[in-house]
Each structure stands twice: as structure tokens, then as C-alpha cells.
Design a binder for this molecule. Sequence first.
Ligand SMILES: *Cc1c(COP(=O)(O)O)cnc(C)c1O
Length: 392
Amino acid sequence: MIDAVMPTYARTDVAFETGEGAYLTASDGRRFLDFGAGIAVTALGHCHPHLVDALRDQAGKLWHCSNLYYIPGQEKLAQRLVDATFADTVFFTNSGAEAMECGLKIVRRHFDQAGQSERYRVICCTNAFHGRTLATIAAGGQSHLLDGFDPVVGGFDHVAFGNLNEMRAAITPETAAILVEPIQGEGGIFPATMEYLKGLREIADEFGLVLFFDEVQSGMGRSGKLFVYEWAGIEPDVMAVAKGLGGGFPVGACLVREQFASLVPGTHGTTFGGNPLAMAAANAVLDIVLSGGFLTGVEAVATRFRARLEALVADHAGVLSEVRGFGLMQAVKCVGENKALVAKLFDHGMLAIPAGDNVVRFVPPLIIEDRHVDEAMTILDASCRELGESSA
Ligand SMILES: *Cc1c(COP(=O)(O)O)cnc(C)c1O
């Protein structure tokens, strides 16, 4: 008989009961160092006191009222995001996929309103991930996401990630936008070069295309800046944000430049998106992430973690073949099965996440300190040694 919970996940046999900072405690008492952060979501670790206070305070006042009325937390959060980014206006959602859908609808409607409804196609990259809705699996374009869900939503073309010539060659009179993850996440932690991101901006400008970045995973401080595009010294026109935005509370956002803000009353909406609880959580996350020195601290600990991972790969050449990533979005590529390393780390009390291209991904909370890196490296070293011995 089928489980009451629909069996769409291959779950590890553990249930967590409590969390504190970079640690989780399971119902059987085991304690884990959490370098997965709920897939890059719990940006400030578990039960950060400022977030707990903010949510508790809001929970005693008002949970939900719908977007038929003004929500002061939305106005505050939107203004802060506008002030901190390229964007002029923000639409709040419950998830990354919905932030993506909002951006895709904005692109289509922008050209429609400009009398160019023939321009609706979006050029995406192979190996991309943009969510699990029908449109976002089409944008991702990977066969394992699309398999069984035909007909594929139309309007998406795919070119190799990192290749400006292919991007340029794929543009037709029907092209409306370029969509990329500045650091491909699910696909296997592939950071774009800054030259590539700059080149995309130039191409978008030359052909009058919307430059749409998906920073659902890479954004909210994980790179050591609030968003990865800042490192490249360019700005997108539309951007999807989610994961770290609510620090564990489900919330996403679509950030848009005024020129492309084609949605007016009646064209788009959401029941839950931007509700008072979500806004309290996200505003509390921003309080910390935007506070003085926080992002430089992220950059510094990421640099030390990266150096240690490079040394680890050098020490265990039979088990690991490569390290790649950017900021606190790092991965090691495995010689054997990545799932074997994830399981070994789990046995040693550490959580990490498999991703594409046979990598194990590390997306720890942004609040980690050197002692957490030390602990992670001790576990990684022991795990790689055991895997090396068992395969020798
Ligand atoms: C996780 C992710 C999404 C989808 O977010 P959901 O909240 O799961 O819908 C979209 N894009 C990227 C880059 C992601 O990592």
C-alpha cells in the first residue's frame, strides 16, 4: 500500500526534532553538523534568536490577511530589496518556482504590451534548474525533470552554459529573454565566470532582450555579496530569489526593473505570497545579512573553507577529483558514487547534499565559523579515508 505521504522522495532514515545554529538533533538523539541547510535555505542557521523573536512577535499579531489589503511588512521588505539591488519593484511568492513563473510571465507580457507578442522565447542553459512547475521544468530543460510530463511548455531554447557564442547564435526575432543561474546549483555547482555574466549583459543590451537571473540558490549573501551579479559589476533586469530569503520560512520574490514591470492589477496574483508571517521572517533575515561586516565575514569563512577543500581533494585523489564553487556554495566531485560520500558523512554526523555531475554539495548556513569548518574537515577527511580504504 502506498505511504500516506506521497513517495516522491528517497528519504534518509532520520527525523530531526530540534535545531540550533549549524546543528540539528534527531529524534533518536543523534546530533548533526548541517552543511546542507535544508538545501541552502536556513541561511542564519536553525532557531536564530532574532528570527525566532520576529516570528513569535508576528504570530501573536496577525498571520494572514490576503493581498486585497496593504501589508506593511511587504512595503518594508520591498523597499529594502529595491534599495539593496538593481530592482525598482518586487512581487512576493511562496517559493522559488513561483518567483520564476512570475518572471517568465513578466517577460512575455512586457513584449506583448510593446506590440511584439511574437517575441516570447527564452534562451536558457543546458543543465539548468529553475523549479518543478510545468514552465520551470521546461526552462530547466533536463530530461530527468521533463520525463513523463509531455507536452513540454513551449518557448524555451537551450544553449551550453558559459558559451557566449552559442548564446548569440541562438537569438532569433522571437527571442525575448536570456535566463541563467549565475551559479548552477542542482546541476552540480558550476559558477559562471564574471566575463560570461558581463557578456550576457552586453548581448541582452545589443538585442533588446531581458536579462533574467535565477539567484534562488546563489543569492541572499551566499556568495559573500547579497547577490552574485554584484561580483560581475553588472545588473540583470529580472531576478528570482527564494531559498535563503526567509531563513527557513517559505517565501520567494521576483525583483524587476521598472522598464519591464509589465504586471498590473488583475494580471497576476497569489493567495499566500508575502503574508505577514513570511514578511516578518524575511525582514528579520535582512536585518542580519545587511548588518555591518556580515557579508565580509561570509566571504572570509568561505575562502578558508575553499582552501581546506582544495587540500582535501589533493589528499584524497583516489576518492575526490575536483572542488568547485563560489562563496559558501561549494562542491567536491567524487570518483565513486556521490551518494556513498553523502552516506559516509551522515554516518559521521554531517549533512551534505548530492547534486548533478556526481558532486557532493556544501551549502552551510552563512553563520558558520572556523570551528564548524574544522569539524566539517575532520569528518570529510575521515570519510574520504574510509571510502579510499574500502575501494582499494
Ligand atoms: C531551488 C531552486 C528553484 C526552485 O525553488 P522552489 O522553492 O523549490 O520552488 C529555482 N531555481 C533555483 C536555482 C533553485 O536552486
